[in-house]
Design a binder for this molecule. Structure first.
Ligand code: UDX
Length: 460
C-alpha cells in the first residue's frame, strides 16, 4: 500500500473543523488546506458565517454548518474588511451562538471525533468559544510570513516612530528592524482609523499566540528569514510553511463566491503562447471611474493581448463594468473582459505570459507558482508589502507607482511583456517556480510540513 493509503486508513477516525474568515482571499486557502487534510484521510466539517455564506453543493466531501455572525446589515454592505472583522467578532463574543453551534458539532456522534479547529487568525471570538469547550485551535495564516511578522512587530513599529506615518517624506524611510520594508510597505488600510487596524492586528497576533500551532501559506525557500523570525517569537507547538496550498490541493476551483466565467479558457486556447497579460485586482480592491478608464486605455494603447477581470463592484458606486465608449472596438479580437476568472487555471495557461496584479497574497503566490512575472499595483492591507518582496527580494516584477495613467500603463505593459527588464523578471520567476516544484515533491519542505501537521492532529 502507498504511504497515502496507510495515512488515510490511520486517520479515518479523526475529524478536523475549519472556520475561514468569510472573504475570498481567506476562504480559498482554508478550503485548500481542508482538501489536503481530507486527502490524508481526515473528515472535514466546514463552519461558515451567513455573511458571504459558502455553497455546500460545491464540496460534497465536506460537512457544512452555518454559524450566526451577527454582522449588522449596514456594516456588511460596506464591504470594508476591517470593520466587518471587528463587528463579527464583537457580535460573536456577545452571544452564545458560536459556542452552542460548536457544542452541537462536537456532540454529533454520526461523525468521527473532532481533533481540532482550524481558524483564520482574525477569528479570536471563535477561538474563545472553542477554548471554553476544550477544543484545541490551530491557525491558518492566509498572508505571507513577512506579513505576520509585521503584525507581531506592530507595537514596536509604533514605539519606534514608524507608525502611523507622520509625513509623506517618511514613507520611504527604511524600517531597519524589518528589512527590506520601508514605511510605505507596512500594513495599511483604506480606513483612516488607525486604532481600528491596530486592534485587528493585535487580536490576530493574540489568536496565533493562544493557538496550538500555526500554518502559513508560504514555502520555506521563499521566506526563510521571515519564517525564522516568527519561529523565534512564538511559543507554539509548530510554525509550518505548507504552501502554496492551491498546488497541494487536488481541486483548483470550487470556493469562488462569484461565478467564474470559463469562456476565457477557450479564448486563451487561441492565443499565442506567452503573449497574454492577465489583469486582476482581486476580490476587494475598488477604484473610481476615472481610474478604470485610464486602465482601459492603457491596455488598449499597449497593443498587447490581455484578459482583464472587471468585477461588477470594481468601480465604486456602480453596478457593472462601465467601460469607456469605443474601448470594445479598440481592443476587438485582442482583449477580453470578464467579471470573474478561474484564476489559477488562467495563470497556468500556456498563453499567459504576465500578470498585472494588486498583489493580494493568494494572487502573488499563484503567480509565483506558475513562474509568471508581475506588474504590481497594490491597493491596501498586505499588498504593498507583497509588492516590495516581488520587486526587491525575488525580482519577479516591478511596481506601477502612483495613480493609473494610460501612457505610463502602456509603457509598463511593454516593459513587462517585450523588453529586457521584463525578460529578467521572467527568468527569475522561472527559477522561483523551480523552487515551488521542489517544495511540493516527495520529501519537499511543504509536503513534509503537511506530514508533520497530520501527526500533530493525530496526537491530539
Ligand atoms: C486581499 C489580501 O491579499 C488579503 O490578505 C487581505 O486580507 C484582503 O485583501 P484579495 O483581494 O481577495 O485579498 O486577493 P488575493 O489574496 O489575491 O485572493 C484572491 C483570490 O481570488 C485568489 O485565490 C484568486 O485566484 C481568486 N480570484 C481572483 C479568482 O478566482 N478569480 C478572479 O477573477 C480573481
Amino acid at each position: 500500500a502507498s504511504r497515502g493509503d496507510v495515512s488515510r486508513r490511520q486517520h479515518a477516525h479523526r475529524r478536523v473543523l475549519v472556520f475561514p474568515l468569510p472573504f475570498q482571499g481567506h476562504i480559498n486557502p482554508m478550503l485548500q488546506l481542508a482538501d489536503v487534510l481530507h486527502g490524508r484521510g481526515l473528515a472535514v466539517t466546514v463552519l461558515h458565517t451567513q455573511f458571504n455564506a459558502l455553497d455546500p453543493a460545491l464540496h460534497p466531501e465536506f460537512t457544512f454548518v452555518a454559524v450566526p455572525d451577527g454582522v449588522p446589515a449596514d456594516v456588511a454592505a460596506s464591504g470594508s474588511i476591517i470593520p466587518i472583522i471587528l463587528a463579527m467578532n464583537a457580535a460573536m463574543e456577545a452571544s452564545p451562538a458560536v459556542r452552542d453551534v460548536l457544542a452541537s458539532v462536537l456532540a454529533d456522534d454520526g461523525q468521527p471525533p473532532a481533533a481540532c479547529l482550524f481558524i483564520d487568525a482574525n477569528l479570536l471570538a471563535v477561538q474563545k468559544a472553542a477554548s471554553a469547550l476544550g477544543l484545541p485551535t490551530m491557525v491558518l495564516r492566509t498572508g505571507s510570513a513577512a506579513c505576520f511578522s509585521c503584525f507581531l512587530a506592530y507595537p514596536m513599529l509604533h514605539h519606534n516612530g514608524y507608525l502611523p506615518p507622520k509625513a509623506e517624506s517618511q514613507l520611504y524611510t527604511p524600517v531597519k528592524e524589518l528589512p527590506p520594508l520601508r514605511v510605505r510597505d507596512l500594513f495599511r488600510t483604506s480606513t483612516s482609523d488607525h486604532k481600528m487596524v491596530r486592534k485587528v492586528l493585535a487580536r490576530a497576533s493574540e489568536t496565533v499566540r493562544n493557538s496550538f500551532g500555526l500554518v502559513v501559506n508560504t514555502f520555506d525557500a521563499l521566506e526563510t528569514a521571515e519564517l525564522d523570525r516568527i519561529r523565534r517569537e512564538l511559543d507554539v507547538a509548530f510554525v509550518l510553511a505548507a504552501g502554496p496550498l492551491h498546488k497541494l490541493s487536488s481541486r483548483s476551483t470550487g470556493s469562488s463566491l462569484l461565478r467564474e466565467d470559463r469562456s476565457c479558457m477557450e479564448w486563451l486556447d487561441k492565443q499565442v503562447p506567452g503573449s497574454v497579460l492577465y489583469v486582476s485586482f482581486g476580490s476587494l480592491a475598488s477604484m473610481d471611474g476615472g481610474e478604470l478608464s485610464e486602465i482601459a486605455w492603457g491596455l488598449a494603447n499597449s497593443g498587447q493581448p490581455f484578459l482583464w477581470v472587471v468585477r461588477r463592484d470594481l468601480v465604486r458606486g456602480s453596478d457593472g463594468p462601465g467601460l469607456p465608449e469605443g474601448f470594445d472596438r479598440a481592443v476587438e479580437g485582442r482583449g477580453k473582459v470578464i467579471p470573474w476568472a478561474p484564476q489559477q487555471e488562467v495563470l497556468a495557461h500556456f498563453a499567459v505570459g504576465g500578470f498585472w496584479t494588486h498583489n493580494g497574497w493568494n494572487s502573488t503566490l499563484e503567480s509565483i507558482s506558475e513562474g509568471l512575472p508581475m506588474i504590481c499595483m497594490p491597493h491596501f492591507a498586505d499588498q504593498m508589502m507583497n509588492t516590495r518582496y516581488v520587486e526587491a527580494v525575488w525580482g519577479v516584477g516591478f511596481e506601477l507607482e502612483g495613480k493609473p495613467e494610460r501612457n505610463k500603463i502602456a509603457k509598463a505593459i511593454q516593459k513587462l511583456m517585450n523588453e529586457r527588464e521584463g525578460e529578467v523578471a521572467r527568468e527569475k520567476a522561472r527559477e522561483l517556480k523551480k523552487k515551488v516544484v521542489s517544495c511540493l515533491k516527495s520529501g519537499g519542505s511543504s509536503l513534509l510540513a503537511i506530514d508533520k501537521l497530520v501527526e500533530h492532529i493525530s496526537s491530539l
